[in-house]
Design a protein around this ligand. Structure first.
Ligand code: BES
Ligand code: ZN
Ligand code: ZN
Length: 480
């Protein structure tokens, strides 16, 4: 997508359609199409869209002039028109108090709203949007240079988010562990990123027995992917870990049919890590970032791991398996151990569609964050405010910790209580964080926002790319 900035009046625009933001309640002021909009019943509610076809104007409501409202409105407006029209050239009409943050949000909204996933459509309807001209106002307190910077950021971040969405949306038959490895390898071919893939022999050598047990019944061999972005004088070293269950059938503790649909999205943590690494490579941030992915398929079969098994995890702890559907924590246990063995990081963040309980607790729009220390969580909360993603902290406590005790092994893979499942899953992971890293680690449960059933804000049906904007924002903050 080509973006350009124009300080000529918008009347000079000779493209296809102009996008105009209207703040809720401002419809009575001197807006040019006021009467037409009123007749159409337009109230300028957030994300309400009216397309005046003959006027070549696309109006969208915003609740206020802030980045989150602008991002969501831009995406909704673009989605409503461009996925089927022949329009190629869009104008963004000038608006008040446009700063670099608003500008980035609008461009992100355009790119996220223009996203479609058509791989499995025999007659795909695609957007023809090629060019976006941004018209400025004299009163805008941002220079052309800062706006250009916002456009570049938006391009990299939104493209990385869409890249992550594509991976999540790909079916389990077309995206299994080896395909994730290929995607990672290809990502590194066109950049300075490095990639190391551990296949089954190395995983055995590394004693990653919990991960291997989950993978055993699948015809697809598992792998662990390690991506690295290594600048010369890094300000920080960050480790990211992603749950990459290319399919989660539940294993022998088989999921009910209705819950199994959408479980191609159980690789969303891995997809987020891939998207983040892509963006970090392109931004060339002065931060050393390591992305680790546990790529596994959880299936049933004569060789499947079983409830009652006891697994010997990489860090020496024994795990009683009481439910094979709590597989993500088993995979992450070993990948977290491996990541800590390989890299001494300042902060460790893991991304996982780990529990349905987190969705019950927080709803489908919010990432649950858990950890022992405030510093890495504070960074996430700030990045959430700036990126448009939402996080809420779930607190650990000693009583919930008792619920994952096992009679026969060091720890059980499920809680003995039906309540508090997001936190007990986080506490399970904590058992695989070395003592010296306890304060550096935060777990992000993205089970809610990772896969979208009903379009909301800038997120269409399917994979959302949850975690990408959040973490790129956090890393950009650390870089400055
Ligand atoms: N991948 C699921 C969690 C999930 C549920 C993600 C819904 C996205 C939407 C995970 O592996 C799982 O099955 N967790 C179980 C844990 C339980 C057996 C303790 C769950 O949440 O029911
Ligand atoms: Zn599961
Ligand atoms: Zn899972």
């Amino acid at each position: 997508m080509l973006f350009n900035i124009s300080d000529t009046p918008i009347a000079s625009f000779d493209g296809d359609i102009a996008l105009i933001f209207i703040t809720e309640g401002s419809l009575d002021s001197h807006i040019q199409d006021r009467e037409l909009l009123k007749r159409a019943g337009f109230k300028a509610d957030q994300d309400e869209v009216v397309h005046l076809i003959e006027k070549q104007r696309l109006y969208v409501g915003i609740s206020s002039l802030d980045p989150d409202s602008l991002r969501s409105a831009s995406a909704t407006a673009i989605r409503s028109v461009f996925c089927k029209s022949v329009y190629k050239h869009l104008a963004i009409a000038p608006f008040d108090s446009l700063d670099e943050y608003c500008m980035q949000a609008v461009c992100e909204g355009v790119l996220l709203g223009n996203y479609t996933f058509t791989r499995y459509k025999s007659k795909p309807t695609i957007s023809n949007l090629e060019k976006v001209s941004i018209f400025l106002k004299d009163c805008n307190n941002a220079t052309k240079e800062t706006i250009q910077n916002s456009i570049n950021n938006a391009n990299i971040i939104a493209n990385a988010t869409n890249f992550s969405r594509d991976i999540v949306n790909t079916t389990p038959d077309d995206c299994y562990p080896e395909i994730l490895a290929q995607i990672a390898t290809k990502l590194c071919e066109n950049s300075k990123l490095e990639c190391n893939i551990l296949r089954i022999k190395e995983l055995e050598k590394q004693n990653m027995n919990a991960l291997l047990a989950v993978a055993r019944a699948s015809r697809h061999e598992p792998c662990v992917i390690h991506l690295t972005h290594k600048p010369t004088k890094p300000k920080y070293v960050i480790t990211l870990v992603g749950k990459g269950l290319t399919y989660d059938s539940g294993g022998l503790s088989l999921k009910p049919s209705a819950s199994m649909v959408t479980m191609k999205s159980d690789k969303s943590g891995a997809s987020a890590v891939l998207g983040i690494m892509k963006a970090i490579g392109e931004l060339d941030l002065p931060i050393e970032v390591h992305g680790f992915i546990g790529a596994v398929e959880n299936m049933i079969g004569g060789d499947a791991y079983k409830p009652d098994d006891v697994l010997y995890a990489k860090n020496g702890k024994t795990i009683e398996v009481r439910n094979t559907d709590a597989e993500g924590r088993l995979v992450l246990a070993d990948v977290l151990s491996y990541a800590q063995q390989e890299v001494k990081a300042d902060y460790i963040y893991d991304f996982a569609t780990l529990t349905g309980a987190c969705v019950v607790a927080l709803g489908a729009y919010t990432i649950g964050i858990m950890g022992h220390s405030d510093a890495p969580k504070a960074l996430l909360k700030e990045a959430a405010m700036n990126s448009g993603e939402m996080v809420t902290e779930l607190h650990f406590n000693r009583y919930l910790k008792k619920l994952i005790k096992s009679e026969i092994a060091d720890i059980s893979n499920v809680s003995s209580s039906p309540y508090g499942g997001a936190v007990t899953a986080g506490l399970f992971l904590s058992e695989f964080i070395n003592e010296e890293n306890k304060d550096k680690w935060t777990h992000l449960d993205i089970a809610g926002p990772a896969f979208v059933e009903h379009t909301w804000g800038e997120n269409p049906h399917g994979g959302s790319g949850a975690g990408v904007r959040l973490m790129v924002n956090l890393l950009q903050k650390l870089a400055n």
